[in-house]
Design a protein around this ligand. Structure first.
Ligand code: ADP
Ligand code: MG
Length: 637
């Protein structure tokens, strides 16, 4: 049976695991460590020369040739990446609409090419440990990775010479590693994953051995890195009080050294109450010497950690659950080793009365309340994801049986319809694999083809969502409303989307697979969900406006036609009132392209109602006319 290894390709750290004789275990790299920093150092000829810890060390000397946190850039376009995210120590390049690239001395690399170097090294780790060649892997991604990011991850695997059997969500993998299948028949679990660069919160349900993701939320730009940055800023503030800051920062490697010290201090303070930060010769004749306490750290860290809270609240809301409905809360990601994180998570989910006994928390402690969930820290939080990936690998290779795993779509998928609105075919948080379809028709006579515009996102207007792609589907020539166009979306077990469009009459069809980089706006998936919440009111307003404006346009056209037909019998006074109501409606409609028109939907609605009421009489006149002309026809010999 060919082994399928499990890989956690992390922003900060990566790990590889395998199930051996029924036991999942992490494999140690050549440094004897189970976690490999996701860092690649390139030599002057731009060839990868070191991976992991050695590369991280080289980063202090040659920051411009040392790539870290590359996962942040995977499958993303240049303009999608925020300025803050672009602040890395190595150069990036790219232009609008193009994928962001790492700009090495004489070579530009795609993020997935850099990630492939990390995967190659993990593959080698596994091959040395298992003494056989490895071809197949399961790789994990944050739950919020979109199609392009998942595709880039698959590509990285391919470039590393791996057959990627499955891409699975990190929280789902972690839940497997925690052995949730051994829980009682029905259980609900929250997985809180705070790593170096990403945060995910996922609510899972276990039902008779089958896992299902109820909801998933997160932020692709929130993690331990932000804490390191906050500590670094704090150090810079202290330095700035003592000496000219620029003089220190001019010194080569001063900033990376400070960043490393910030992270070391943070980690030390997870188990100690205070730590000495010593950086001799940080600047010319300047030595940085500071005592840094857990209390100081917690003050700095609290606002950063609490940025995860709204995501937890929303995930629970999306899942339709109260905290008392949860059985367990799992902690995943190295950053959850920090006592303050545990304390906060405990509070968010009302797990129990958290007792910070003897100043620190032992790994593996769990806390109970009579009705709240248990905070489960039974696994090493930064190893659980790789272990779970290995378990999934073993399920796929047939080594482990009787376990199924279902996943969900992180964002809604649909197509653009009339008036530029989003028509959702697969709602967010649908269990995958999934198939869904709808039948559409044409709005124009003799239309010969129509554009299918595939969208991903939570906003009401098509333009506010992400455009996954567009394609034309030809029609057999027919009057409007006659053609029948079936559009079907299918998401496979890897979360990859296939769109099929078929002219039902002729059977002509086209299938579009999303292998290309997504053409997205300047936003991340998380921002998408957040902005959907933030703009919920105005989005609804837009939808109402668009729906009513379509109605208004149809009405105006019909009224104009009736007026033309009946003008000879209309009373001048009445005609004037019809024309006035029409032009009033046109006036409101004309505000369509103005920036601010909040509240205008009501004016639009009342103008429609007004015209509708006034033209009742006109409608009767027209009906009478039609009836009369029928009678005339009948009376003709
Ligand atoms: P990722 O999944 O993003 O690759 P990890 O799960 O490996 O990241 O978590 C890395 C983060 O965890 C880093 O920010 C690191 O500083 C932090 N971390 C690791 N160990 C500890 C610890 N003992 N205390 C506090 N933070 C820690
Ligand atoms: Mg992780």
């Amino acid at each position: 049976m060919a082994k399928v290894i499990g890989i956690d390709l992390g922003t900060t750290n990566s790990a590889v695991a395998v199930v051996d004789a029924g036991f999942p275990m992490l494999l140690a790299n050549q440094d004897g460590k189970r976690l490999t920093p996701s860092v690649v150092h390139f030599d002057t000829a731009s060839h990868p020369s070191a991976i992991g810890e050695e590369a991280a060390r080289m980063g202090l000397l040659e920051p411009a040739q040392t790539v870290y946190s590359v996962k942040r850039f995977m499958g993303r376009r240049f303009e999608e990446v925020t300025q803050q995210e672009k602040e890395v120590h190595y150069p990036l390049n790219g232009s609008k609409g193009q994928p962001i690239k790492v700009a090495l001395k004489d070579r530009c690399m795609l993020p997935e090419e850099v990630a492939a170097e990390i995967l190659k090294s993990l593959k080698k780790t596994a091959e040395i440990a298992l003494e056989c060649s490895i071809e197949k892997a399961v790789i994990t991604v944050p739950a919020y990775f979109n199609d392009a990011q998942r595709q880039a991850t698959m590509e990285a695997g391919r470039l590393a010479g791996l057959q990627v059997e499955r891409i699975i969500n990190e929280p789902t993998a972690a839940a497997l590693a925690y052995g949730l299948n051994k829980l009682k028949d029905q259980a609900r679990i929250a997985v809180y994953d705070l790593g170096g660069g990403t945060f995910d919160i996922t609510i899972l349900e276990l039902n008779e051995g089958v896992f299902r993701v109820l909801s998933t939320q997160g932020n692709t730009c929130l993690g331990g890195d932000d804490l390191d940055q906050a500590i670094l800023d704090h150090f810079l503030q202290i330095i700035g009080k003592e000496v000219e800051l620029d003089v220190v920062l001019e010194e080569q490697g001063a900033l990376p050294r400070l960043r490393e010290a910030a992270q070391k201090a943070k980690i030390a303070l997870s188990t100690q109450a205070s730590t000495a930060v010593k950086l001799p010769f940080l600047g010319k004749d300047f030595h940085f010497n500071e005592e840094f306490t857990r209390e100081q750290l917690e003050q700095i860290a609290l606002p950063v950690i609490d940025r995860t809270r709204p995501h937890c609240v929303r995930a629970m809301h999306d899942a339709g659950l109260e905290t008392v409905d949860l059985d367990q809360v799992l902690l995943v990601g190295g950053q959850t080793r920090m006592p303050l994180v545990r304390k906060r998570v405990n509070a968010y989910f009302k797990c129990s009365v958290f007792e910070e006994t003897r100043g620190n928390v032992r790994l593996g402690d769990t806390f109970h309340t009579p009705d709240g969930p248990t905070l489960n820290t039974g696994q090493n939080p930064d190893e659980a994801v790789a272990l779970g990936a290995a378990i999934q690998g073993a399920i796929l290779s047939g080594e482990i049986k009787h376990m199924t795993l279902l996943d969900v779509t992180p964002l809604s998928l649909g197509i653009e319809t009339f008036g530029g609105l989003m028509n959702v075919l697969i709602p967010r948080n649908s269990t995958i694999p999934i198939k869904a379809g709808e039948v559409f028709t044409t709005a124009v006579d003799r239309q010969e083809e129509t554009l299918i515009h595939v969208l991903q996102g939570e906003r009401e207007k098509a333009a506010d969502n992400w455009s996954l792609g567009r394609f034309m589907i030809p029609f057999e020539n027919a009057p409007k409303g006659v053609p029948r166009l079936g559009v079907q979306f299918e998401i496979d077990a890897n979360g990859v989307l296939n769109v099929l469009a078929r002219d039902i009459h002729t059977g002509n069809e086209q299938i579009l697979e999303f292998k290309s980089v997504i053409d997205v706006e300047d936003a991340t998936v998380t921002q998408m969900v957040e902005s959907a919440v933030e703009h919920a009111m105005e989005d609804l307003e837009s939808r109402h406006w668009i729906e009513n404006s379509l109605k208004a346009k149809t009405l105006l056209k019909a009224v104009k036609q009736s007026v033309d037909e009946c003008s000879d019998v209309l009373d001048a006074h009445y005609l004037a009132s019809v024309l006035e109501a029409s032009s009033k409606l046109e006036g409101v409609l004309a505000r369509e392209n103005t920036e601010k028109r909040s509240g205008d939907t009501n004016s639009l609605k009342s103008a429609i109602k007004n015209l509708d009421e006034i033209t009742q009489e006109l409608a009767h006149i027209q009906l009478d006319r039609m009836a009369a002309s029928y009678l005339d026809q009948e009376q003709e010999p």
